[in-house]
Ligand binder design. Structure first.
Ligand code: CP
Length: 320
């Protein structure tokens, strides 16, 4: 794949050709014996560095790294020198000097990884940064949509929930319109932008009309940890399920028993009912299955670029 970026922070870092290349590669990984080492000569070292909680992303990257036959380093941020005041840049340069080739980073700080694009301490994949981007999630969602046979061109997907605080929502809005899919962001006015921020994306506060216009649904949890005590955001907590929760009854009543995606973690009984999660409409587990293959594809693409401009201090690389 030509010129894959060494810091993969956002969907907009990739060309459409690179996205198509990742989809092909993920499909190949799913089809073949995925335990065969991808890098037989010199095994790269890949670190997982999660500065914020995670179940799906951290574990699926760990599994993808091991299935590719790379060395895996679980970089424990809580016991690291980050807690003694060392900067993230200094930490990443130190990991690079120790031999780490790639670091998966999750952080609660939006845009924290942008500073590394021009001065890259180690190759980086964004595992989700604040409310900004979760590009690997959006790519595995696209892969899953294609895998289950959804033809995106001319279709409409509703993203329902706390859209403005959702990094997954932002990445999907940058990705799916490139494949001809229209998006409606639906939720209470405090959870959706006042005006559309992306081409091919509409805003709605009305769930019934949104669902009736949609071919498939993508539900999001209320991101309470990103509300910072906002009374506007909190006022919807108690009434959310009645007004915006997706349940089997609502979909039946509206004659719209369509696929329902969720990036997880799901708050059952809030944005999604348990009868949806336990039904064949729910695609959350397909997303988890496919997360391994898409992340194997992304790791392979980033490790295979020939970027020599990594870990440079005062014009000199700190290791060969
Ligand atoms: N989808 C997702 O990012 O889930 P985790 O927070 O569990 O990694």
């Amino acid at each position: 794949m030509n010129n894959f970026p060494s810091v993969f922070e956002a969907i907009n870092d990739l060309s459409k050709d690179q996205i198509e290349g990742l989809l092909i590669l993920a499909r190949k990984f799913k089809e073949r014996d995925h335990d065969k080492p991808q890098f037989p000569n010199k095994l790269p070292i890949v670190a997982n560095s999660f500065l914020e909680n995670s179940t799906r992303t951290k574990n699926s990257f760990a599994i993808a790294i091991k299935r590719l036959g790379c060395h895996y380093l679980d970089f424990n941020t809580e016991t690291s020198s980050l807690n003694k005041g060392e900067s993230l840049e200094e930490t990443l340069l130190t990991l690079y000097a120790q031999g780490v080739d790639l670091c998966i980073i999750r952080t609660s700080v939006s845009n924290q990884l942008s500073e590394f694009k021009n001065n890259t301490p180690v190759k980086i994949i964004n595992g989700g940064d604040g409310t900004n981007q979760h590009p690997t999630q959006a790519l595995l969602d696209l892969f899953t949509m294609q895998e289950i046979g959804i033809e995106l061109e001319g279709k409409t997907m509703a993203i329902i929930g706390d859209c403005i605080h959702s990094r997954v929502g932002h990445s999907l809005c940058e990705l799916l319109p490139q494949f001809g899919c229209n998006i409606i962001l639906c939720g209470p006015s405090d959870y959706v932008p006042k005006t559309p921020e992306y081409e091919g994306v509409e805003i709605s506060n009305d769930l019934e009309s949104t669902v009736k216009r949609s071919d498939f649904l993508y539900t999001l949890r209320i991101q309470k940890e990103r509300h910072a005590g906002s009374t506007e955001a909190a006022k919807h907590y108690d009434t959310y399920h009645d007004k915006y929760g997706i349940s089997r009854d609502k979909l039946k009543a509206w004659n719209k028993e369509v696929p329902v995606f969720h990036p997880g973690p799901a708050n059952i009984g809030v944005e999604i009912s348990s009868d949806i999660i336990k039904s064949s409409l729910y695609k959350g587990y397909d997303q988890v299955v496919n997360s391994i293959y898409m992340r194997m594809a992304i790791i392979t693409a980033i490790l295979s670029n020939n970027d020599k401009n990594i870990g440079i201090i005062d014009g000199t690389r700190i290791r060969d």
